[in-house]
Design a protein around this ligand. Structure first.
Ligand SMILES: [Zn+2]
Length: 277
């Protein structure tokens, strides 16, 4: 018998807080946390105060989150961020939130967030937020340090709403790429190719395209994701932002369709699933 080999200790994780598309009710809208030894990066916040219960269930206290990245200003991604701003400002006012919350996004998404906060939150909270929250505009192709992540942002060239994805380098050198919630476009290849982890949307199965109409909503299917992955060759694929008609079998059904064209590691996570990176 040979000695057992030990896998290296997990240093970073991906926690899927939500995995559904905009209109879901049986799971939460797509948003997630990349946790590294030094920090947590929350990416989008879903469409409401469900973000608070998802964070609670994932045992990620808001007090420990100091970085929030917003991809775009659609309701299912940005409205939860109003609640994050509110609860962080409230905690800071009580001395229960140390340091700043950095919110990263392009000019449009930050402006929308600031405007909605101003229109819907009490003046006291707005004042506190001005002290606690640091809005950081990101530009296409720009690289910056976020905790112990090195983050390069890119415009996904959305036809619907200005949206930025990112390629982040983890402390161990792995690259994790977020393509946002729209189909991959060729011009993003320099950012998206040969990722260790590629995060992308699949609205539904190709075999159910007539039911869910992904193409007219500017989304794609599991089959399309498989074909894209066979070109971009990530080591691991993570698929989210789906319909919710059969969540119990989603993992198996989507994986099977993607596998027809991509043989790498395929993850179709459920809400609150944690993936070791
Ligand atoms: Zn969305």
């Amino acid at each position: 018998m040979t000695n057992a080999t030990h896998s290296p200790a997990v240093t970073s994780t991906l926690t899927l807080l939500g995995t559904g598309n905009a209109a879901v009710t049986k799971c939460y809208n797509t948003c997630f946390v990349i946790s590294t030894p030094q920090s947590h990066l929350l990416v989008d916040a879903g469409g409401g105060n469900g973000i608070l219960s998802q964070l609670e269930k994932a045992q990620l206290p808001l007090e420990e989150i100091h970085h929030l990245y917003l991809t775009h200003a659609h309701t299912d991604h940005i409205l939860g961020a109003i609640w994050v701003v509110r609860m962080v400002a409230q905690a800071a006012a009580k001395g229960k939130y140390n340091g700043r919350l950095h919110i990263y996004g392009h000019d449009k998404v930050l402006q929308v967030l600031i405007d909605i906060c101003r229109m819907t939150l009490p003046t006291k909270i707005i004042k506190q937020a001005e002290e606690t929250i640091l809005y950081q505009e990101v530009k296409h192709g720009e690289t910056r340090q976020v905790g112990d992540l090195t983050l390069t942002c890119f415009d996904i060239n959305s036809t619907k709403e200005k949206q930025f994805g990112f390629r982040a380098e983890l402390p161990d050198g792995q690259a994790i790429v977020c393509l946002g919630d729209e189909p991959y476009k060729e011009e993003n290849e320099p950012f998206a190719s040969h990722a260790d982890w590629l995060l992308c949307e699949a609205f539904c199965l190709y075999e159910e395209r007539e039911t869910f109409k992904p193409y007219e909503k500017h989304h794609c299917t599991a089959k399309d994701v498989g074909e894209m992955a066979s070109r971009l060759q990530p080591k691991h694929l993570v698929v989210y932002h789906t319909e919710e008609s059969d969540l119990a079998h989603r993992k198996a059904r989507y994986t099977a369709e993607i596998q027809e064209s991509f043989q790498g590691d395929i993850n179709v996570p459920d809400d609150l699933e944690i993936i070791a990176l």
